[in-house]
Design a protein around this ligand. Structure first.
Ligand code: NAD
Length: 355
């Protein structure tokens, strides 16, 4: 089969880790007889430097006509003082919105061989962490009405959490369908004791649950979920939640696995095209040193093979190659716990060898 992949390396460590994933995809193509055509475009800080905007129209058009997009990371201190509409992160929001990517899937699995890199107590880590957070991506607080005004105590500012029943149903269905393909457990996280938007969220989820009798469904308040992720993470299979809560909880969950450099994500809409990216940022503190962990981006590419291209065997082969290399003791600096480590390029080479 033949696929057209648009690469958005972005800033900081973005280019190093995206090239690692490209090498792995190329090796997958050789092994399984597929052709992956890559086209590289600019977005984020590098696009601001070159074109004065974070998401040039040409970049967006290429993403819209691709089979899928692989993104590194955008942003860095150089662009931190720009006004909101000109910040590198605008590129991500723009691509998500224009491609209609409303569902963000973030798996977090603690590999047994990396248990010592996890901040969890050994008895909790022993029970395992293997969960997936489904985060709503194009609604809620990040897109609702916002503004500034004046109040009795001076200047005021507000952001608004708005969700429609349709938006909740759409993301809820992704949650249930994802649970059906895993261990058939779904926990919906909200703040229904306080927020009206959460009450609509909960009502809608309960309606939807009737269509999925095989799925063990539960609700949890977000403050409790934040505690339970640390106290008893093995209870979770799939969590579905809003844009804001999902943003925070998925970063918390990522830490349970040892390093943010290991975690992949997929953003999906109605069709098969998706955007795949590591959950970490552009790590300006280590950019250009060759020590960035490429695994999160390589696993994101594996999610692309599985979810957008239907290449399940190929995706499983990449997952297995990563697991084998970690089991062999190879470590990049972020997961070496102060011990010996190899470069990101060497990690990529070993994963390809294992493949
Ligand atoms: P970050 O994720 O870039 O880095 C946090 C810490 O994790 C740093 O110590 C970094 O060195 C380390 N780290 C991250 N990825 C790693 C990897 N692959 N291997 C080894 N170590 C890794 O978060 P930050 O420092 O808060 O943000 C830096 C910049 O990235 C900011 O400009 C921020 O806005 C941007 N950002 C972009 C995205 C994105 O593009 N999706 C996401 C988050 C942050």
């Amino acid at each position: 089969m033949k696929f057209n992949i648009v690469l958005v390396p972005g800033d900081g460590i973005g280019p190093e880790i995206v090239w690692g994933a490209v090498e792995v995809l190329t090796a997958v193509g050789r092994k399984f007889g597929h052709t992956f055509d890559f086209e590289t475009v600019l977005a984020g800080g590098c696009a601001i430097d070159r074109f004065g905007v974070p998401l040039p129209d040409e970049t967006l058009q290429k993403c819209l006509s691709s089979d899928s997009v692989l993104l590194g990371a955008v942003g860095g201190p150089k662009w931190d003082t720009l006004p909101g509409h000109l910040r590198p992160e605008r590129a991500l929001l723009g691509i998500r919105k224009e491609l209609g990517l409303f569902a963000n899937l973030r798996p977090a699995r603690l590999q047994k061989v990396l248990a010592s890199a996890s901040p969890l107590r050994a008895d909790i880590a022993d029970k395992g962490v293997d969960l997936l957070i489904v985060r709503e991506l194009t609604g809620g607080m990040y897109f609702g009405p916002r503004g500034r005004g004046q109040g009795e105590m001076g200047e005021t500012a507000f952001d608004t959490e708005v969700y429609s029943r349709g938006e909740i149903e759409r993301i809820g269905r992704v949650g249930f369908e994802t649970a059906m393909k895993r261990n058939k457990k779904l926990c919906s996280v909200d703040k229904a004791n306080v927020l009206e938007s959460s009450r609509l969220w909960r009502e809608t989820m309960h309606e939807l649950a009737k269509e999925y009798p095989e799925v063990a469904y539960s609700d949890m308040l977000v403050d409790n979920a934040a505690m339970q992720l640390i106290q008893n993470p093995s209870q979770f299979d799939v969590i579905v939640t809003s844009n804001l809560f999902g943003d925070i909880l998925s970063d918390e969950a990522s830490q349970l696995t040892g390093s943010i450099g290991l975690l992949a994500s997929a953003s999906l809409g109605e069709g098969t095209r998706g955007m795949y990216e590591p959950i970490h940022g552009s790590a300006p503190d280590i950019a250009g040193q060759g020590i960035a962990n490429p695994i999160a981006t390589i696993l994101s590419a594996a999610m692309m093979l599985n979810l957008s291209f239907g290449l399940t065997e190929e995706a499983a082969a990449v997952d297995a190659a990563v697991a084998a290399v970690l089991a062999s003791g190879a470590r990049t600096r972020d997961i070496a716990a102060g011990g010996a480590y190899i470069s990101g390029a060497e990690m990529t080479r070993r994963i390809i060898q294992a493949l």
